[in-house]
Design a protein around this ligand. Structure first.
Ligand code: F6R
Length: 255
């Protein structure tokens, strides 16, 4: 696991964008796994900037998002499809038909079939070249909450209390936050050929330290990334501050 620490959110966004940009440049047909949430917003801004400057071409890129709330139609203001359109896809030359976000508008009885089809679509696309991840305050990756099997696949999941509280900021009240989601599994994520995990801010510091330096356990889903051979964790100094090796790492990385 490679750890990169930068001073500011802007710098981690640029570092993450440059990894995405290298892959898309080297392999125009690259398959990207994408995340929503606050963390990757700066990276998306940076990718849009690179595209506008003519330095990136997404015309042959395929994407698969990690997750979507169940019960939200694609055009709901809080749907992850809408998030991706507004924060990335509408601003670059990607073919929307090659962008995939699980369908949160399905009735519960159709979700299993949809999840199998989502996995099959990833396989047909040749697998994910680069998966971008954030980390939840409870250690989740995608919506794989603590206790999710490390071998889990794309499926219907129940959100845990902390996730519902964390997401309440986007809704008028906590009651409106969806309780279920469709999420890629940890097993699905670990099949990506390369993974980057981005985290910023002091609030993420305890869980980042647990995921990177604690035991590999389903109690901290992000710790599963230690079983993968090509992971880069990109942190600002606040998110990195509780790592045991922080003084050493900070010396190496922060000029
Ligand atoms: C988003 C996702 C989540 C977030 C995580 C962190 O698609 O799968 O795992 O990455 O909840 O969210 P933020 O970035 O808002 O702190």
């Amino acid at each position: 696991m490679k750890i990169v620490i930068k001073k500011t959110y802007r710098e981690i966004s640029q570092a993450a964008a440059s990894i995405v940009s290298d892959i898309v440049t080297q392999k125009p047909t690259a398959v990207l796994g994408l995340a929503t949430g606050s963390t990757p917003l700066g990276m998306y801004e940076e990718l849009i900037r690179l595209y506008r400057e003519g330095r990136l071409d997404f015309s042959r890129t395929t994407t698969f998002n990690l997750d979507e709330y169940l019960g939200l139609a694609a055009d709901h203001p809080q749907s992850y499809r809408r998030f991706m359109d507004e924060n990335l896809f509408d601003h670059i030359n990607i073919n929307k038909e090659r962008t995939h976000v699980p369908d949160g508008s399905l009735s519960a009885d159709r979700v299993d079939e949809h999840c199998e089809e989502y996995e099959a679509a990833i396989r047909r696309a040749g697998g994910i070249d680069l998966q971008v991840l954030g980390i939840g305050g409870n250690g989740h990756i995608a919506f794989n909450e603590p206790g999710s099997p490390l071998s889990s696949r794309t499926r219907l999941v129940a959100l845990d209390e902390q996730t519902i509280k964390d997401n309440a900021r986007f809704y008028d009240s906590e009651d409106e936050v969806p309780r279920f989601a469709i999420s890629m599994g940890i097993g699905t994520i670990l099949e990506a050929r390369e993974i980057i995990l981005i985290a910023n801010g002091a609030k993420k510091a305890p869980v980042v330290a647990e995921a990177i330096e604690g035991e590999v356990t389903s109690r901290v889903p992000a710790s599963a990334l230690r079983m993968h051979s090509n992971v880069t964790v990109i942190l600002d100094k606040e998110a990195a501050s509780l790592l045991k090796d922080f003084p050493l790492l900070a010396n190496q990385h922060i000029q």
